[in-house]
Design a protein around this ligand. Structure first.
Ligand SMILES: [Zn+2]
Ligand SMILES: [Zn+2]
Length: 95
């Protein structure tokens, strides 16, 4: 289970928030090895989702036609987040 306090302590100490034993990569919160692990897990997850025709985000519902690799619910959630982020970015650019 993730422990936010421990992660914050590790980040403050310049260590990987995942394993806590390696320095984290500059600009990231994890070390090279943990980033690689995460990439590998994400790839396996994508492949499993693709085999079952399931949504990559929730791994439970079927993918919706025309919504990429996500079901309609997750695609909508993702889109809303994207739009929020773009709005934030535009605001930041204008300041
Ligand atoms: Zn690590
Ligand atoms: Zn989904």
């Amino acid at each position: 289970m993730p422990e936010p306090d421990r992660a914050a302590e590790r980040r403050a100490a310049g260590l990987c928030t995942s394993c806590g034993s390696e320095p984290h990569v500059p600009g990231r919160t994890r070390c090279e090895r943990c980033l690689e692990d995460a990439r590998e897990r994400a790839r396996e997850r994508r492949e499993r989702a693709a085999r079952g025709g399931l949504c990559e985000a929730c791994m439970r519902r079927r993918r919706a036609a025309g919504r990429g690799n996500r079901c309609a619910a997750c695609a909508d959630r993702y889109l809303a987040r994207q739009l929020d982020r773009e709005r934030e970015k535009r605001r930041a650019d204008h300041d």
